[in-house]
Design a protein around this ligand. Structure first.
Ligand code: EPU
Length: 302
């Protein structure tokens, strides 16, 4: 969707928005898939309520983009503008055991920055791509760690109340790849309370997680991490693997040979290819195991 009205563009600029016309989302997502639209980079995070009022007033549909690492975006011109928080400098401020982190901060860099200041706990999250806001939104986790366990406070734009609120960690429920945030709530910042640990010990933990990940997941290939959530007590990756589906392809969308719950874009896969592959694998698993796999990847299709 293109914003052509000069007055709206001017009003957005006055609210601290930097519009970037016609950006292909394939360049902003780890899957490398997604059509073009106007990207609105939000420099002044606190103007978010006013920005959203303006978009609504002009009936401009919009979506929020985090790090784009768990996202499958449709092909062709997209019917919404996309909002993304610009990263402030600095994006992490430490205060004793508390880390005040902007939602736009890169998760991996946050983990290593805290480690350098002898703050641990987040080792398992090393290698999870994306922003801290995105990780928080869906309670990202790996190797026994989930980000929700360390949340002291979250600054969030509440879509229903249409205002920015500060929520305490105990006011939010963090479950497996799910939180109690509303679908249109937007994470702005988080305060994490992290245990003190010597840097050397944290780095050791980070190394172990990196090795495990390298041994079992396709690194350096275009993917959105795991496509499906694990059903209770089972592993989606193992089920898909047991059915012999590694390497199954639709166009350039392909079930990874390394980890069957990772679907990779092996070249010029379209969203349509990827969606066809996802439903084909879901159907086969349902037929064989009687279990309907739920998407972990977020799908934005028109
Ligand atoms: N397995 C296979 N074949 C495969 C993949 C896995 O047999 O192709 C087996 C493994 O050998 C193991 C079991 O399935 O016995 C579980 O595999 P793994 O340890 O790789 O964990 P997972 O359940 O597949 C989860 C998360 C990952 C996270 C890892 C490590 C989900 C959906 N996935 O994967 O998170 O990195 O544990 O903690 O919860 C993500 O969320 O995007 C993601 C990749």
């Amino acid at each position: 969707m293109r914003l052509r009205d000069a007055k709206i563009l001017q009003e957005l600029a006055a609210l601290g928005v930097e519009p970037q016309p016609g950006v292909a989302l394939s360049t902003l997502t780890s899957l490398g898939i997604g059509g073009p639209t106007d990207l609105l980079r939000i420099i002044k995070h606190d103007s978010l309520p006013a920005i959203l009022d303006l978009l609504e007033q002009h009936e401009i549909p919009h979506k929020f983009l985090g790090g784009g690492s768990n996202l499958l975006v449709g092909d062709g011109e997209l019917p919404w503008v996309v909002l993304q928080l610009a990263k402030p400098d600095p994006d992490v401020i430490l205060e004793g055991n508390l880390a005040h982190v902007d939602a736009a901060a890169d998760l991996g860099r946050t983990v290593t920055f805290c480690a350098k200041h002898d703050l641990g706990g987040l080792e398992g999250l090393i290698g999870v791509p994306g922003t801290v806001g995105g990780a928080l939104r869906m309670n990202a986790g790996a190797y026994g760690t989930q980000i929700g366990s360390y949340v002291e406070e979250v600054k969030v734009y509440r879509a229903v109340e249409r205002k920015i609120e500060i929520l305490r960690g105990d006011q939010i429920s963090f479950e497996y790849r799910h939180t109690s945030f509303g679908p249109d709530d937007m994470m702005l910042a988080v305060t994490l309370k992290l245990p003190s640990k010597p840097y050397r010990e944290i780095i050791q933990g980070i190394r172990i997680c990196n090795e495990k990940r390298r041994a079992s997941q396709p690194m350096g290939q275009k993917s959105a991490g795991c496509i499906f959530k694990n059903p209770p007590g089972a592993s989606a990756g193992r089920m898909i693997d047991e059915l012999g589906l590694k390497g199954l392809s639709v166009g350039d969308a392909r079930v990874s040979d390394r980890h069957a719950n990772f679907f990779v874009n092996a070249g010029r896969a379209s969203a349509r290819d990827m969606l066809t592959l996802i439903s084909s694998v879901r159907d086969r698993v349902e037929k064989a195991y009687g279990v309907k796999l739920e998407n972990e990847v977020v799908v934005w299709s028109a």
